[in-house]
Design a protein around this ligand. Structure first.
Ligand code: NAD
Length: 475
């Protein structure tokens, strides 16, 4: 427990007011394993109140011009920027070394407001309107918590919707801090409602609510299945941003000086807890040994440390349960005869005594593993990556595509023709070549196959949060 200091206690934010809850959940600091705040354990009752507030605010908010809504969003973005230090501290507790990305002016400036197209066809005019879909339900995960929440809130309210958001119960503090800025930014009561709690309790109440016609969800594939089932009877509009099993494909003509540090970062940044992280590395046979040696050496330099250590590259994982899950994959790999080249069970982790009960582990490299192994098929979502050799271009494309996911991939080669050929054939919503995580937030973002349905990015999110209506007038 956090000693004698009073625990931070969060409240739901409904109709512009902070509202206490009848029951609370403990939230843990991943770097110590101690309870550091209490999060509302909301349910149906809180969702009813939030939906009522969102529906009451909708006529006024949606009637404002896109320019007025955009001004409010810009003010909110500025206030978030001004609170960056405080938010970053909270987020580093929410999740160590979580990158803080604020949906700021750049993202918001992409919104054009309801679009209007006019096409003349003889004496017939077609008018196409985008109209907001009313109260939208937004469910976000624990990794990059403020970034992924604001990436949903901004387009939804820019389009004229009002929202009920449910952040992850594991990382709720930054969302609660954002609520404190809404009034100052000029967001009217009821436009943004935030209800905290667990998925099965408050998440399901939101998804099943008949007056919430849109659900934008980012999280895991099993949760998406459940959300799809629950929303089916209401034919809800769904956007699903899900997990990945992202390959990096490294050809013999790759520039290893750039490729190795970038691939270490793509595998272990944010503890490997970014949906876009690399977890399968295919290396062409002729450079396999050289790559492996240099990659393991560079991984060992990737320092695991506590949040206040500026030299640390990686912090604790999000929870005890998640740490155990990640470790269980390494155990299974060992039992299958794979080699663990560095990290968990091979090297020693050194931490200050206060952090020994934190959820830390070393970045781990596995090799001699079959494509059929669960470590090569399932999303581990931690600092674990598998390195395997390949011989030909066709073979590696087929192997990279042989999993159910298709979120992100990386291709390393100095042959421009090959880069284009391979990138096009990969079943992946995003392909980076000779780089990783370079992103313009307005571009379409999202996965193929079981990695998701729909796309985020400014224009695509805007379209998700609106319905299209065509009116044809014959003269
Ligand atoms: P999760 O699916 O366990 O939870 C995500 C959110 O859904 C949380 O707010 C949770 O409380 C809620 N939830 C859980 N069960 C629910 C239910 N039955 N009904 C309604 N809501 C429910 O995922 P997570 O562990 O929080 O996040 C990690 C996952 O998110 C990984 O699979 C990762 O790849 C994925 N992710 C994807 C993207 C992307 O953009 N594609 C981005 C970040 C994370």
């Amino acid at each position: 427990m956090a000693g004698t200091k009073a625990l931070l206690t969060l409240e739901n934010f409904i109709n512009g007011k902070f509202v206490p809850c009848n029951s609370y959940l403990d939230s843990y600091d991943p770097s110590t394993g101690e309870v550091y705040c209490r999060v509302p354990n909301s349910g149906k009752e809180e969702i009813e109140a939030a939906v009522e507030a969102a529906r009451a605010a909708f006529p006024g908010w949606s009637a404002r011009s896109p320019q007025e809504r955009s001004q409010v969003l810009h003010r909110l973005a500025d206030l978030l920027e001004q609170s960056l230090e405080e938010l970053a501290q909270a987020e580093s507790r929410d999740q160590d070394h979580g990158q803080l990305s604020v949906s700021s002016g750049d993202e918001v400036s992409g919104w054009r407001g309801p679009r209007f197209r006019l096409r003349e066809l003889g004496y017939v005019y077609h008018h196409v309107f985008s109209i907001p879909g009313e109260a939208a339900g937004l469910i976000s995960p624990w990794n990059l918590p403020l970034y992924l929440l604001t990436w949903k809130v901004a387009p939804a309210i820019a389009a004229g919707n009002t929202v009920i958001a449910k952040p992850s119960e594991l990382t709720s503090v930054t969302a609660w801090m954002m609520c404190k800025l809404l009034e100052k930014a000029g967001v009217p009561p009821g436009v943004v409602n935030i209800v905290f709690g667990t998925g099965p309790r408050v998440g399901e109440a939101l998804v099943s609510h008949p007056e919430v016609p849109l659900i934008s969800f980012t999280g895991s594939q099993p949760t998406a299945e459940r959300i799809t089932q629950l929303s089916a009877p209401h034919c809800k509009k769904l956007s699903l941003e899900l997990g990945g099993k992202n390959p990096a494909i490294i050809f013999e003509d790759a520039n290893l000086e750039e490729c190795i540090p970038t691939t270490v970062r793509s595998s272990f940044a944010n503890q490997g807890e970014i949906c876009l992280c690399t977890s399968r590395i295919f290396v062409q046979k002729s450079i396999y040994s050289e790559f492996l040696e240099k990659f393991v050496q560079a991984t060992r330099m990737w320092k695991v440390g506590i949040p206040s250590d500026p030299s640390a590259s990686m912090g604790a994982l999000i929870s005890k349960a998640h740490l155990e899950k990640v470790r269980s994959y390494i155990k299974r790999a060992r039992l299958e005869g794979a080699q663990i080249l560095c990290g968990e069970g091979v090297d020693t982790l050194s931490l200050p005594p206060r952090n020994c009960a934190g959820y830390f582990m070393l970045p781990t490299v596995i090799t001699d593993i079959k494509d059929e192994s669960c470590c090569m098929k399932e999303e581990i979502f931690g600092p674990v990556t598998c390195v395997v050799p390949f011989e030909s271009e066709d073979e590696v494309i087929q192997r990279a595509n042989s999993v159910k996911y298709g979120l992100a991939a990386t291709v390393w080669s100095s042959n421009v023709g090959r880069i284009h050929r391979v990138a096009k054939k990969l079943q992946s919503g995003l392909v980076w070549t000779n780089c990783w995580l370079i992103r313009e937030l307005n571009l379409p973002f999202g996965g193929m196959k079981s990695s998701g349905v729909g796309r985020e990015g400014a224009k695509d999110s805007y379209e998700f949060f609106t319905e299209v209506k065509t009116i044809t007038i014959k003269h």
